[in-house]
Write a protein that binds this ligand. Sequence first.
Ligand SMILES: [Zn+2]
Length: 415
Amino acid sequence: MKVCNLSAPGRRVTVRQTGGRIISSHNRANEQKPSHSSRRVTRRAEDTEAEGPALRPGPLSPATLQALQRSVGNAAVAGILTERGGSPRPAEPAARPPAGRPPSVQRAPGSSSDEFDDGGISEQDLLAARRAAFLTALHGEFAKSNQWDLSATQGSDGSVTRFTAAKRPKKQSRPRPFTETPEVKDLRRVSTVVRTYLKNQGMNPVEVQAAIGRSGRLLIAANDVKSNAHLRDLFNRGDGTQVLAGMMEQTRGKGFPAEPRNQQEIHDREIRQHTKAKPEAASPPSFPGIQSALNSGVTVAVAGPPGMHAERRIVAHNDGITPDHLGGTKRPCASCATALYPEGGPGVHPGIFQSDDVFNIGFPEYDHSDLGNEKASAERMFQRINKAVEYTYVTVTKRGVEVPEIGSESESEPG
Ligand SMILES: [Zn+2]
């Protein structure tokens, strides 16, 4: 996969990859602001290393947690956190570190280096442990409901590190002729034109969505930060219709980028859509359903951390309101469908739920730093998703072949 620079202009964007997962700068923000009390505890933990960690009433400090994880493992720590349930009651003292283990001195979180390189538990390990505690709880909620088919990856300690969930009965949807409104039909064509152009530029937009915003302007977004910056430059420079015409011109010259695996049939459909939008020689392309929005101007919805899904960026640029007309190249994931259409609806055909971070950016419940409360957060998050998502859908080709879920995290990271 192509390696892309994730730096947005004027701002360094930190993306951490933990075993194939992104920890966004959004999530990390909390990790880098230790309170004074946690600094004190850090020193105390170092001073009393030989005695092993002792649990005190109240929330566990990161230092105590790290010491616990080192000595008893992540699953046990998750268990202790669940048992504590945020109550001030001290839990059982944890096991001591193995005798003879040299004390490992750790820098305080937020020190100049992002990594601990001295053999101690890294900040990354701590994040992974918090994440696993939350995901294990969330997976438990899905399982308990007995309405979802689950597929999970577990760590050696039995904690869930990632999972997908498809609601029963799983629905299939086939490529079909457009039955949407003229607006949505043209929004999907625009999304296809833009995504094809970006891929031919060597970028990895993952997904592109377009909408008519409240201002009457056309809103466009990709999942990928670099793609969005590029689009913003393009659309700031010229008339929207002309920019799209230029993209189509380039595609005619370069052809269509290759699509992975079984997506060829879906890809063929994209070609047909593209052909429909293809301008006659020397005439502007025609998007009758959205021409007035195009004439009002194009806003590229750049807001949001790396990997955040395009439809969520569009909502963020639309005063938090889901546009009436939204069209992209893929179905919304279960998390986006929940965020955009909390009451669900027959016209909403979400894909399966995926636990990876980029799918869930912006969910207040999806907060791994809220240690000790992951059970309550997981419960709330599951309730929201289960209410909004009546069924989940997989896309199948006309021959009935299932198309692998696209927009998975491996594709979300331009890495
Ligand atoms: Zn999504």
